[in-house]
Ligand binder design. Structure first.
Ligand code: TYM
Length: 332
């Protein structure tokens, strides 16, 4: 079985619809066909300030949401990044094989550091993609299911992996991004020119999966479209409507062409009202399942402990090989 690995930050508390459609949904289907490793990346989370109690809670909450979304601990390995110390250990080595120049070109760093300001930007935020390199290479992942915004980090991972292999001989699998075209980038409902993101300018543009479904329905109904009335998929001319059609199509399995037909002559109102129902029908049981997992922290922690154990077995072997190749003296 080919292997997949991916991660999600626990920091926002609730996942948003972009996280689900862009990544987590694919994680769920890939566990059926791939040897799958998925993690809650708490080490990445502290690259910006976190409240310790809040971080602990949101790490459990992230795991609960992943299970609620359909990850099955019998079919995949689900763990918390900090439970596997090899991530930090390999990250150090990878730091020493990544150019300062190539790390400086990461657009996510540029965006995030601009928001934090020079004094607020930590070195951790700069080396964030290099920790991500370690995450991926430790498991010899063939594919990495993510949204479009992570593509550059995977490209960097490929470059660094190939460079290391070139110097020390075949060590790492060079991973490929796994990005589905239809859901690569889910857009903000109020500003369809930008991706849905936790740092959105208006809270109305972002669908939090754990929000009150009524509130969610209202956000969908007040999504920004355009002054035309024709329901047609055209991301260039009609980014708002196209975003809604993409979300609708993915959640229902109905093709975009079929939806265009179904809403021909009906206008945007009908589309938004019915999409609001589709979304709430999905989030309502999702919220209930998440609450159930959160209500049973022992079970949750046991799942994560087992996941960490399985992950460590793989990670330790890769790290040992790397330590040997770079010339570290074995500890006797
Ligand atoms: P994070 O936590 O920001 O996001 C989790 C996943 O959600 C995707 N995503 C989106 N997809 C489509 N449309 C959107 N609007 C949207 N917003 C977010 C992201 O692309 C991501 O796949 N650096 C990663 C976490 C990470 C990781 C890894 C991923 C750490 N180590 C190793 C893969 C492999 C991140 O911050 O994701």
């Amino acid at each position: 079985r080919p292997r997949v690995l991916s991660g999600i930050q626990p920091t926002a508390g609730s996942f948003h619809l972009g996280n689900y459609l862009g990544a987590v949904r694919q994680w769920v289907s890939l566990q059926e066909t791939h040897d799958a490793f998925y993690m809650v990346v708490d080490l990445h989370a502290i690259t910006v300030p976190q409240d310790p109690e809040e971080l602990r809670r949101s790490s459990r909450l992230a795991a609960a949401q992943l299970l609620a979304a359909g990850l099955d601990p019998e079919r995949c390995t689900l763990f918390v990044q900090s439970h596997v110390p090899e991530h930090a250990q390999l990250a150090w080595v990878m730091n020493c094989f990544t150019g300062f120049g190539e790390a400086s070109r990461m657009t996510q760093f540029k965006d995030k550091s601009a928001k934090q300001g020079a004094e607020g930007t930590t070195v951790g935020l700069f080396t964030y993609p290099i920790l991500q390199i370690a995450d991926i290479l430790l498991y010899h992942a063939d594919q990495v299911p993510v949204g479009e915004d992570q593509r550059q980090h995977i490209e960097l991972t490929r470059d660094v992996a190939a460079r290391f292999n070139g110097r020390f001989g075949e060590t790492f699998t060079v991973p490929a991004p796994y990005i589905l075209k239809e859901t690569a980038k889910i857009y903000d409902l109020q500003d369809p020119a930008v991706k849905m993101s936790k740092s959105a300018s208006s809270p109305k543009g972002i669908i939090w999966l754990l929000d009150e479904p009524k509130k969610t329905a209202k956000k969908v109904r007040s999504a920004v479209t355009d002054t035309d009335t024709v329901v047609r998929y055209d991301p260039e001319a009609k980014p708002g409507v196209s975003n809604l059609l993409g979300i609708y199509s993915t959640l229902t399995g109905r093709s975009v062409a079929e939806l265009e037909q179904a809403y021909a002559g009906k206008g945007y109102g009908a589309l938004k009202t019915e999409l609001a129902e589709v979304v709430t029908d999905w989030v309502t049981p999702f919220r209930t399942r998440t609450e159930e997992y959160m209500g049973d922290p022992e079970t949750l922690d046991a799942i994560l402990a087992k996941g960490a154990e399985k992950a460590r077995a793989v990670a330790a072997e890769t790290l040992a090989e790397v330590y040997d190749k770079v010339g570290f003296l074995p500890a006797k």
